[in-house]
Structure formats: structure tokens, C-alpha cells
Design a protein around this ligand. Sequence first.
Ligand SMILES: [Ca+2]
Length: 387
Amino acid sequence: MMVAAVAIVHGATVATAATLKVGVGEDYQSIQDAVDAASDGDTVKVQPGTYVETHGGAAAVRITKPLKLVANSRKAPVVLSWDGVTGSQTGILVEPETDPLDGLPSISGIKIKGFTIENFPRNGIETRYVEKFKIIGNESKDNLHNGIFPTLSAKGVVKKNVSYGALDSALWVEASTDVRVIKNELYDSPTGLEITVSKNIKAKKNDIHDNVVGIGLYHPNGASLPPLGGDGDWDIINNHVYNNNKINTVQGGLVSMLPSGAGVLVIGVDRVNLKKNVIENNNFFGIAVIDWCLANDCGSDPVPAPGNEHDQHNDDNKFVKNTISNNGLAPDAPPELEPFEVFAADVIYLQTQGHLNCFAKNTCSGSPCAHNAGISGFPFFVNANSC
Ligand SMILES: [Ca+2]
């Protein structure tokens, strides 16, 4: 009886899900019109063409309910482009009508697949307070804050997207939990893949190149958000991080401080597991592990006591079995960071206390692989441990 009852309920759900089509000769010409008409769980399918939404809302397409937004882009692109005039600052934005009082995701079940999203002043694709989301096979081109930006979200997968031309991060996972970032290509941005204020994040098999910083793992103050509690447990595995030598042309703010030539920049974060990555041909460093307040002027930032989760030190991070080669050969840091050029190498490890970070079984082209603490004249830096 249990089985039969479940089958009936499941069948009823499937029967009510509709597909709404957008395109020339279809029921809808505007993606937003179709989204507004859709019920929870429906699919909105968009035919090839270039779409410019002119309703003037916060985003060209704002989704406030669970649904699948799918571009039929196998034969020709489906492009969502900024109209250049109205207030629609973001391409596709998924968020509840009002922010939930408990701060937890309140939309469950979102899929966004196959779109090319271009030229928006803010973000290409953004989720806020969304869980069980899939962002798959999209292209974010020249969206000027972040290309793809899950924030305050959970239980998601971001897979096989291409993102480039952002002025902050090509892909930024912020204040989110249980997100998998897989097989994306991220390039031509200040940071290719950024993770901040999040927990249980897995980034695997991404292709990250020609950014200012390939992978940026930044202290909560970099996002101006408080820690979630239990921040960390970020698995960064089997990624290719190379040629991140883009000149940083951003003016003002923390982004302008990012040094060109950076493979993986680890600043004041905890419980990162960086394993089996190939990190090569980044002009300043392959991996740098640096206290937040050493890399930044903490003058205006609160600096909690060591041991506090929000402290400025990197703790409990593991760097294992990475291939780190031909990095650090031509550093070109911004003026504020020029003193750090002396440390240019495959690995830079600058911490003033222990903090249980460890290195093992990495392959480097230079020596030493695990740290620069031994450079004469800098006795205040300690060595990392072996794992
Ligand atoms: Ca810490």
C-alpha cells in the first residue's frame, strides 16, 4: 500500500508540470513573461535567438519560484543581453520575493541551463536563498561584477559553465553550503574561482587560466559578511590553474589589490584541502598562504583574537599531491605588494604562527616546495608542517 500511495503522488506531480516555450512563433516572446506565468516545478524552454528584456526590473529575468529555465541551445545560441538602458542590472536572478527572516534558503529546486548571458552591469547568474540548484552549461560573457554568483544558497551544483570578462570573479561561491563546482572554464577576470564565507564546497576539474588570481580563497572580510559558523571544508581537487598573469586594471577596493600572476591565493581561511591540482606558469606564485592582515591593511578591519573562527590566520589547511611548476619567475605586484616580490616562487608560505597547515607529496619546479620561511632576513615566518 505504501508503494502504491507514493506512486500516485509522484504521478500527480509529473502530470501537472508544464513546459512553457519562449521564442518566435511560441506562446511567449519574453522570458520573464513565461517565468511569471509558470507554476512551481514547470519548465520554461527558450528557443535560439537573442533576448533583450525591457521591463526594467532588478534583473532581466527574475525567478521567485522553483522551476527549470532551459535554453534550447544545442544548435544555436540562446543569448540574454542587457538592454543598455533600464535598471535590470543582473541577467538571471533567482531569489524569494522577500528575504527569509531565518536567513535560510526558501526556494528549493532550480535549474538554469544552456544560456549565454552578456554585458550586464552586475552579475550574469545569481542565486540568493536558493537550495537544490543546478547551473549547467551556461556562458557568462562580460558581466561586470561576477559571472556566476551563488550566494546565501545551499546544495547546488555549478557545472560545465564558461565564464569570462568579469570585473570581480568569474565564479564566486559566497555564504553558501554544500556546493559542487565542476568542470567549469573560468578566465579573464580578477579572480577566476572565488570562495568566501562558505562551508562544504567541492571544486573539481575546473580549467582556470588567464585571470589576475586563478583561485581566491579569501577571509570573510573580503566579502564583508560574517562567518556562517563552521566555515571551511573546501575541497579543491584536480583543477588546472595556469597562466593567471592578467594585469589587474581594477581601480579601488580590495579587488584592485589582487596581485597579477597568482595561481591559488589562500588568505585567512580554514580547513581547505587542496589536492592533486596542476598549478603552472603563474608569474608571481603557484600557491600563496598568507595571513589576512599581512596581505591587507587591517587598520580599519576588526581583528578578532587567534582561535576565533573569524581570526585572520590560515588554520588546518592541507596541500597534498599538487604539481606546482614554473611559477614565480616574473612577479609584477602592485606598488603596495611589491615587498612581497622577494618571495616569488611555486609556493609562498607566510605565517607568523603554527596553525597546523601542512604540505606533503607536492611536486615543485623550485626549492623549497612547501614554504619560503627560510629566506634570510625574515626569521619571523614559521615553516609549514608535513601532513
Ligand atoms: Ca583561522
